[in-house]
Design a binder for this molecule. Structure first.
Ligand SMILES: NC(=O)c1ccc[n+]([C@@H]2O[C@H](COP(=O)([O-])OP(=O)(O)OC[C@H]3O[C@@H](n4cnc5c(N)ncnc54)[C@H](OP(=O)(O)O)[C@@H]3O)[C@@H](O)[C@H]2O)c1
Length: 191
């Protein structure tokens, strides 16, 4: 691959925030690894140049391993930006929650992104690159009808800060973005 900067984004199904980020990075000359748990849901990205589609369910260790291998093959083992965007918003008063659902949501919103950044850390550190996490304003503002969502977003919002402390001496960085009721059309209009 030529000397383009590289970015991998999770959760790039058509018309979500991940799709919008992938399209913008591609337009600005990056090589984009756009990922989704179902590749056929990235229909609007599939014909773009300098864009590689990969299947990646963030709760599947085999998918994470295959994604690291695919990026390593194409870049020689570096990645400039890892954007953990995949996630699931969920609204339910916490006392009505089903605990199995809560565990599944923590797997997707907390443990998946943790596993992903751990697996890609050697590539991002080699590039002196950046980890970015799309978290939520719900990690900061607690509302009564979305208790579980606040809990997993507190956890996922703490991660970029913890990781940033750890990366201080490596020249790599870690940050989070916290959308609130964002629609892609609104993001696109400010780009
Ligand atoms: N939009 C907002 O206002 C808002 C507010 C707060 C936080 N957020 C966060 O921003 C991110 C993007 O939100 P969005 O509005 O663009 O939502 P979206 O359109 O529902 O997109 C979510 C993406 O994550 C994917 N995903 C879900 N579970 C996954 C898994 N296990 N592995 C891999 N991908 C998975 C979805 O795949 P499928 O298409 O297969 O389901 C989809 O591609 C999410 O993390 C969300 O929590 C958004």
């Amino acid at each position: 691959m030529a000397s383009k900067e590289t970015v991998l984004i999770t959760g790039c199904s058509d018309d979500g925030i991940g799709y919008g980020l992938a399209a913008q990075f591609q337009k600005r000359g990056y090589h984009v690894f756009a990922t989704a748990r179902n590749v056929s849901k990235m229909s609007k990205l599939k014909d773009l140049a300098n864009l590689t589609l990969l299947q990646l369910d963030v709760v599947e260790p085999a998918h994470i391993k295959a994604a690291v291998e695919a990026v390593t093959r194409e870049t020689g083992g570096t990645l400039d930006y890892l954007i953990s965007n995949a996630g699931h918003n969920h609204f339910m008063p916490i006392l009505d929650e089903d605990l199995d659902t809560v565990k599944t949501l923590f797997d997707i919103n907390v443990f998946g992104p943790m596993a992903l950044s751990k697996a890609f850390a050697p590539l991002v550190l080699k590039a002196k690159g950046s980890f970015a996490f799309i978290t939520s304003i719900s990690g900061y503002v607690n509302t009564p009808w979305m208790g579980e969502h606040s809990c997993d977003m507190v956890a996922s919002s703490a991660k970029p800060c913890a990781q940033a402390h750890m990366l201080q001496r490596s020249e790599a960085s870690s940050s989070s973005l916290r959308p609130y009721a964002s629609k892609l059309s609104r993001l696109a209009s400010t780009s």
